[in-house]
Design a protein around this ligand. Structure first.
Ligand code: PEP
Length: 252
């Protein structure tokens, strides 16, 4: 069987953490660590540090915003546009993280619009999807993640899929220490890939990376990374620690 043309991808979502001193320590372990050159690594600092991190990290490590708005400019106090993110040399944005959805009330519709605008503006995007515990327990996982994925896919043009990495992050696993088992994660990744095959194209399904997020650690990353449809990770808590390097190197 042909092996999939999907480079391993590991994102570090620093969330609302860090100051220049602490960020300096993260930059040190990323710079000194022996990062697998075949893994694409993307770090997402708080917005205010984007330019500092971009200028300080080696260029082999990419930088992402944790969020962005759906228009280039205007009367939207507190927002940051994809054009501004690009202007400071940053190429990626995480969009629709579960904390944006559940703490800040972002809808599927808004997240879809943000994805569409960010891609049009030339950013690469990491849209996030995932079910809550009660949705999983009531058998609604597929319904929820397909609906979230459709709102995103509807805003992506065929030639833009190469700039998209889908993050499947079950909400019950984020920051809780409860990781999905490799089999649980693989099961949903296969279903998401089939959804892309049936609703977008076979080519997009084959080439688009689907990464897993939710309490990934240096201890569990290798087993998860062995699954055929897990193309990498989005990491929260551990992305602030030197163990992140082991997650980057999970396929070595
Ligand atoms: C995240 O913030 O996307 C995440 C997966 O967090 P954690 O790794 O801490 O569960």
């Amino acid at each position: 069987m042909l092996s999939a043309p999907r480079n391993f991808f590991v994102g570090g979502n620093w969330k609302l953490n860090g100051n220049k001193q602490e960020i300096g320590k993260i930059i040190n372990f990323l710079t000194a660590g022996n990062l697998d050159p075949s893994t694409e690594v993307v770090c997402a600092p708080p917005t205010i540090y984007l330019e500092y991190v971009r200028k300080t990290l080696p260029s082999s490590v990419c930088v992402a915003a944790q969020n962005c708005y759906k228009v280039p400019k205007g009367a939207f106090t507190g927002e940051t546009s994809p054009a501004m993110i690009k202007d400071v040399g940053v190429e990626w944005a995480i969009i629709g993280h579960s904390e944006r959805r559940n703490v800040f009330g972002e809808s599927d519709e808004l997240i879809g619009a943000k994805v569409g605008h960010a891609l049009e503006a030339g950013l690469k995007v990491i849209p996030c999807i995932g079910e809550k515990l009660e949705e999983r327990e009531s058998g609604k996982t597929e319904e929820v993640v397909f609906c979230q994925l459709k709102a995103i896919a509807d805003n992506i043009k065929p030639d833009q899929w190469q700039n998209v990495v889908i993050a499947y992050e079950p909400v019950w696993a984020i920051g809780t220490g409860k990781t999905a088992s490799p089999a649980q994660a693989q099961e949903i990744h296969v279903k998401l890939r089939k959804w892309l095959n049936d609703n977008v194209s076979a080519d997009v399904a084959w080439k688009t990376r689907i990464i897993y997020g939710g309490s990934v650690t240096a201890d569990n990353c290798r087993e998860l990374a062995r699954e055929r449809d897990i193309d990498g990770f989005l990491v929260g808590g551990v992305s602030l620690k030197p163990d992140f390097v082991q997650i980057v190197n999970a396929r070595q």
